[in-house]
Design a protein around this ligand. Structure first.
Ligand SMILES: Cc1cc2nc3c(=O)[nH]c(=O)nc-3n(C[C@H](O)[C@H](O)[C@H](O)COP(=O)(O)OP(=O)(O)OC[C@H]3O[C@@H](n4cnc5c(N)ncnc54)[C@H](O)[C@@H]3O)c2cc1C
Length: 596
């Protein structure tokens, strides 16, 4: 059985005790969102996902989506669940009040997103893509497009997609062929084929708004000749009701490894009417608004699956009895002890826990920066937050999804053979988690973005937003009686990261292939240090709470113990990663292509 309870206590700990999330979240001149209000929203979201979405996770996986003559049906129960989701206002949570949204900050929205993804990753993709489409349209659309389409996306009666991928081009979007021909009325007619389009066709909403990358007739070759268009499935009438069917057709859905209840569609555009979003030939820049938002959300998917897998594995490890504890029988009334007594099982459980709680903290730190970008009146604060988000986006996307997949895999291992068979549902987590490492730019491409674009940007300015607070924290706490030893572990790993950064800056300048060869290990090293920093901050808060005689000492002790585990058992990997990075490209590039 998949086990999932929304981790509300941990969310409250982060929001109210580690970060001052609610203060940052308020708009200038607005009252701070009261912590009680945020807590009750999170509780309500937790209840909804546990009662409505989680029960459809395994059945949706079993049944999958159905395709017939261009029509896609989602699995049983999905439509009713989506209606409840929409009526509950969940699609509008972080949308702007002027378009019917609730205007809640990202740091609350991302926590809700996590719960939705833990409960049912396939379901999450339907409203998930709408959120990215909403943001791209809000930031780059004309007033007319915003007025007509944003309220529909916010209310969830219409949903969104992002249409980039074509059969011959995935990563290299410069090769895309879909064409857009300008019409006299200011609209465009689009023709071409897109594949792998999540939520490209389904029965949950009355209309679907595709954001499509295509080329204008006079477009220069490559990625500088791509424009962004809004193409609805049904063209809206004067009252903005879905009217004539547009020339976009779903020709098939993909049969795939996981997220089987999410419709992954092949779409054909045949003289489909659309409107330009943003400037001609500047579509990739506009689409990046959507892609950056989606990249953070995909990272949250990884964390979410890791959390769900962890909870299932703990429940199983408590009840499965096998063997005796190495330190003496723990369960004399039974023929064996529960497997949670064994060090190796604990290694797996604690690794999963360190990943999930560490990633949640890191995700929240980044979400706060998103709120600063949106809401701060201070240009300098906004610039700092933009730098930080730009730096951390590839790390959140790739690290969280790598760790989420590792955690799902560990959950199967905790279950042994019972994890590999379908009955318990943890193998679904492995299959579902796998895609998050691929879509929204593969994790390899995220690593290249980090070393190729982010490190060197503005002569290394982006790094300050991470390096300065880590260095300041280490200096302030390395002699601390309660957490000083842990901070030493962080200091060592941070030292490896600084050396690796200097190495890549120097070697990459000389030879870009050197940076490419080091990129994935560098992202992992950076991510490990970021997790270590989050755990050090959580440990500091927990130690202070215990020193002040806080309620729930077991919660804070568990935080301190998991922080220690992170520093002692996970962070030492930093040294090995540094050595691999420093070894250079030779071993990777020396083999002739024919010798593979
Ligand atoms: C279930 C699912 C849902 C999806 N949803 C959407 C969607 O909603 N909208 C959409 O537009 N797309 C969607 N995609 C497509 C997805 O984003 C692409 O599959 C992904 O970006 C990778 O492109 P590709 O599959 O063509 O792989 P390729 O680009 O062919 O890459 C293959 C391998 O080569 C590596 N590689 C490629 N170029 C480089 C390089 N320059 N340097 C180093 N390594 C490189 C990649 O990292 C990868 O390991 C979806 C895909 C799936 C499977």
């Amino acid at each position: 059985m998949q086990t999932y309870k929304a981790p509300l206590r941990d969310m409250r700990f982060l929001l109210h005790e580690v970060f001052d999330g609610t203060a940052l979240a308020s708009r200038p001149g607005e009252e701070s969102l009261a912590p009680d209000l945020i807590d009750s929203i999170l509780e309500e979201a937790g209840r909804f996902v546990e009662e409505v979405l989680a029960p459809l996770n395994a059945s949706g996986d079993e049944e999958g989506c159905h395709y017939e003559n261009g029509v896609v049906r989602t699995p049983k129960g999905f439509k009713a669940a989506y209606d409840l989701f929409r009526e509950g206002g969940w699609t509008a949570l972080a949308c702007d009040p002027e378009y019917g949204g609730q205007g809640l900050p990202e740091c609350v929205n991302k926590l809700v997103e996590e719960m939705i993804c833990s409960a049912n990753l396939s379901f999450s993709l339907y409203p998930g893509l709408s959120r990215g489409a909403y943001q791209a349209l809000r930031d780059h659309g004309t007033e007319e497009l915003k007025r007509r389409f944003l309220p529909k996306l916010a209310s969830g009666v219409w949903s969104g997609t992002m249409c980039l991928t074509e059969p011959h081009c995935g990563t290299d979007l410069g090769m895309l062929r879909t064409r857009a021909v300008p019409q006299e009325d200011g609209s465009y007619l689009l023709s071409g084929n897109k594949i792998f389009i999540s939520a490209g066709e389904h029965d949950l909403t009355e209309n679907i708004i595709h954001l499509v990358l295509a080329r204008l007739p006079d477009a220069p070759a490559g990625s500088r000749g791509i424009s962004l268009f809004l193409v609805p499935k049904f063209l809206p009438d004067e009252q903005d009701r879905p009217d004539a069917r547009n020339g976009v057709l779903c020709t098939a859905i993909e049969h795939k490894m996981g997220i089987k209840a999410s419709a992954t569609c092949q779409l054909t555009f045949e003289n489909a009417k659309g409107w330009l979003v943003g400037a001609p030939h500047r579509g990739l820049a506009a689409m990046f608004t959507m892609m950056n938002s989606e990249r953070l959300s995909v990272g949250i998917q990884g964390l979410a699956i890791g959390e769900a897998a962890y909870q299932s594995a703990v429940a199983y490890a408590r009840e499965r009895i096998q063997g005796r504890s190495l330190s003496g029988t723990k369960n004399p009334d039974q023929p064996a002890d529960p497997i949670i007594v064994h060090p190796d099982v604990r290694r797996m459980l604690l690794t999963m826990r360190a990943y999930a709680e560490g990633c949640r903290a890191l995700g929240l730190w980044v979400a706060q920066a998103l709120d600063t970008i949106e809401r701060s009146a201070e240009p300098a604060a906004r610039e700092k937050a933009e730098d930080f988000t730009a730096l951390m986006t590839p790390i959140v996307k790739a690290l969280f999804t790598d760790l989420g997949f590792e955690a799902a895999n560990l959950a199967v291992q905790v279950y042994g053979g019972h994890g590999y068979i379908r009955d318990h549902g943890v193998e679904q987590y492995v299959r579902d988690a796998r895609i998050a490492m691929i879509y929204e730019g593969t994790n390899g491409i995220q690593a290249l973005d980090l070393v190729g674009r982010k490190l060197g940007a503005h002569y290394g300015r982006l790094l300050r937003g991470f390096f300065h607070p880590v260095a300041a924290f280490i200096a302030a706490h390395k002699e601390d009686a309660a957490i000083g030893k842990m901070v030493h572990g962080l200091e060592k790993a941070f030292g490896a990261l600084q050396l690796a950064t200097a190495h890549i800056a120097e070697a990459g300048m000389r030879d870009p292939e050197e940076a490419g060869a080091a990129a994935s290990e560098y992202l992992r090293l950076f991510g490990l240090v970021a997790l270590g920093f989050m755990w050090a901050r959580m440990a500091k808060t927990a130690a202070a709470k215990l020193a002040n005689g806080a309620d729930e000492p077991a919660f804070y002790h568990a935080k301190l113990t998991t922080a220690r585990f992170t520093m002692e058992r996970l962070l030492p990997q930093a040294g090995a990663l540094y050595l691999a990075i420093k070894s250079g490209k030779h071993a990777m590039m020396a083999l002739e292509e024919a010798a593979f």
